[in-house]
Structures are given as C-alpha cells and as structure tokens.
Design a protein around this ligand. Sequence first.
Ligand code: PEP
Ligand code: MN
Length: 264
Amino acid sequence: IVGREWHKQDSVVNIKGIPLGGNQIQIIAGPCSVETPEQMALAAQEVHAAGCRLMRGGAFKPRTSPYAFQGHGVEGLKMFRTAAEKYNLPIVTELMDARQLETFMEYDVDVIQIGTRSMQNFDLLKEVGKVNKPVILKRGMSATISEWLMAAEYIAAGGNHNIIFCERGIRTYETYYRNVLDVTAIPVLKKETHLPVIVDPSHAGGKAWMVPALSRAAIAAGADGLLVEMHPNPCEAWCDADQALTPQELKDLMVSLGAIAGAI
Ligand code: PEP
Ligand code: MN
C-alpha cells in the first residue's frame, strides 16, 4: 500500500486542514517534553511567532534510564492541548503503548508519533492502523529502509494510510554526534513510497548548533518537512537540553529554509 508502484502521485497528509507532502513543506516545532503549563504556553507562542503551523511535545517519554523524567502522561496531554489551542496549532505527540490510544483519541491528539524505539512494535503499529489519525513513523535507529517500509505497511494494512515517514538519524561508529542523519534515505524513500518524508535534525545531530545545517540539507534533498526541538529556555529543558533551539534560532531557521525552498 505504501509503495510508489501502487500510487504514482505524491500523497498529501491533511492535518486539521494543514497539508503536508506534495511540495507542501511543514515545520513541526516544540519542546522535547511537556514540562509545565508556563513552558508550554511560551513554547506555543514562539512556535506560532516563528511561522510554524504544527507543534510537537512529548507527554509519554521513552527515556534510556528508568530514573529519568518519564513525562507527565495524561496530565501532559492536557497541558499541551491547552497551550496549543490558543494558536490553533495541531499537536504531535508520541504514543508508546496501545493502552493509551483511547486517551489520545479523547484528547484529540492530531498526529500520533511512533518513536524510533517502537518502529517494530508490530502490535502498536496494528493498533494505530485502525484509527483515523495521521501517524509519524520514525525510523528505527538501526532499521534498514525495507524494514521501515514494512513497518509502515503494518499501519496501512489496517486501513490508516495517513503515514508520514521521519528520518531521525541512524547508529553508526561515529560518536561526535548523537546519530548520523541519513540524507540518502530521503531520495530513496521518495522513490519507494508516495507518502511524505520528514526529517528530525534534532535527534540526528544531538546539538542545537548542528540543527540549521542538517535542516537545510534535508529540505534541499527533498524532505516534506521537519520535526524540530525548540524550548523557550533550552538551558532549563528537562530533556534533550543540548539539542533544543532557542525561539530566536527557530525564527532564523525558518527564514533560511524559506530561501532554500524558494530556490528549489
Ligand atoms: C522524540 O521525538 O521526542 C523522540 C524521543 O525521538 P526518537 O524516537 O527519534 O528518539
Ligand atoms: Mn527529544
């Protein structure tokens, strides 16, 4: 279902009236995790001020250590909803457990994010395949392109064809950066599937200063959008502080992306 051979034209995923795909680029920005109502209110204001039309934020966090902040869960979804509503920003948030799907529907999460660690959680994929909500499917950190495509097929097979692929960097021998952004995956995915492909430069580089260059590379290579971490005050972020852009850095990024997208 996700293969280009079955659908020649680029598919556009409609997120509450906002088109993503088919030459319609969307930048999704926001903090790694939902922390406080004040942080979310400021973040929403800055996402909107930068000209982004969609907001990200994690309420259920897949942390490496069980002793690290795990996210506020349902309380986080509430805080996110309230903050984003003020600017009419559809919300993107990670689903880790199928048992939370009903709650996600209740709080009207606009885009369900499947994280890198869940890409081959087939039971989770089958469940999101049954709902009528766009899904961002992140690439497993060690997944091949064909494994990634097949993971999407699990979602599509259930009837949900609103899938957005997200390249977020893969594991290699290099340790200077968090992951290696696989720019090659962008044209390959665009060839193999009709579905939109976006890039997360934040989890790829792991450092805020790398984000603008990786973002521009992604858009120049044909990505349909970005998923970027921005925090009103990165130094105080509870999670992924090193890679969060400041509000001003997000604004500058949006300007430089406009120049690239215009040139293409
Ligand atoms: C995230 O986007 O918040 C996240 C945890 O990313 P990943 O699944 O790519 O590590
Ligand atoms: Mn993060």
